[in-house]
Design a protein around this ligand. Structure first.
Ligand SMILES: *[C@@H]1O[C@H](CO)[C@@H](O)[C@H](O)[C@H]1NC(C)=O
Length: 134
C-alpha cells in the first residue's frame, strides 16, 4: 500500500509541476537556426531552451510563418485557451503570409517533426509565445 501511495503522489506532483516545452524563436532578430525544422530534439544549442510552462492549463506550441522575404518559427508554452483543438495544427493567412500553428500537450511534443494537426488560431499562438518571451 505504501508503494502505491508513493506512486500516486509522484504522479500527482508530476501533474502539478506541469508541462515542459521547447522554447525558441527564429527569424525575428533572435536568429536561432536550431529552432527551424527539421528540429533536433537533442540539440545543445543555447538558443533552444527547455521551458517549464508553470501551473495552469498550458500546451506546447509551434508556429511558423513564411513568405518570399521572411520566415519565422516560434516554439514555446502557450495558454491552452489559445488552442481550439487540444492536439493539432491549423494553417491560415496572416497579413498575406502563410502561417501555421500547432498545439500539443505532452512534454517536449513541440519538437516533434510532424505534429498531428487540427484547427487553431495560428497568429494568436505565435504572438502569445512571443509576448511570453519579451
Ligand atoms: C542533434 O544534436 C546533438 C547534440 O548537439 C548531436 O550530437 C546530434 O548529432 C544532432 N543530430 C542531428 C541529426 O543533427
Amino acid at each position: 500500500m505504501k508503494l502505491l501511495q508513493i506512486a500516486l503522489m509522484c504522479g500527482l506532483i508530476g501533474g502539478i509541476v506541469g508541462l515542459q516545452c521547447f522554447f525558441c524563436t527564429d527569424g525575428l532578430g533572435d536568429t536561432s537556426v536550431a529552432c527551424r525544422d527539421p528540429f533536433n530534439t537533442s540539440t545543445t544549442d543555447p538558443t533552444v531552451i527547455r521551458q517549464l510552462c508553470g501551473v495552469g492549463a498550458y500546451s506546447c506550441s509551434k508556429s511558423y510563418l513564411s513568405s518570399a522575404d521572411m520566415s519565422f518559427t516560434v516554439r514555446g508554452c502557450v495558454d491552452s485557451s489559445l488552442c481550439p483543438a487540444t492536439d493539432g495544427c491549423t494553417s491560415s493567412e496572416y497579413q498575406g503570409n502563410a502561417a501555421t500553428g500547432c498545439c500539443c500537450t505532452t512534454d517536449f511534443c513541440n519538437g516533434a517533426g510532424s505534429m498531428s494537426m487540427n484547427l487553431l488560431t495560428t497568429a494568436a499562438v505565435g504572438l502569445a509565445a512571443l509576448f511570453a518571451l519579451y
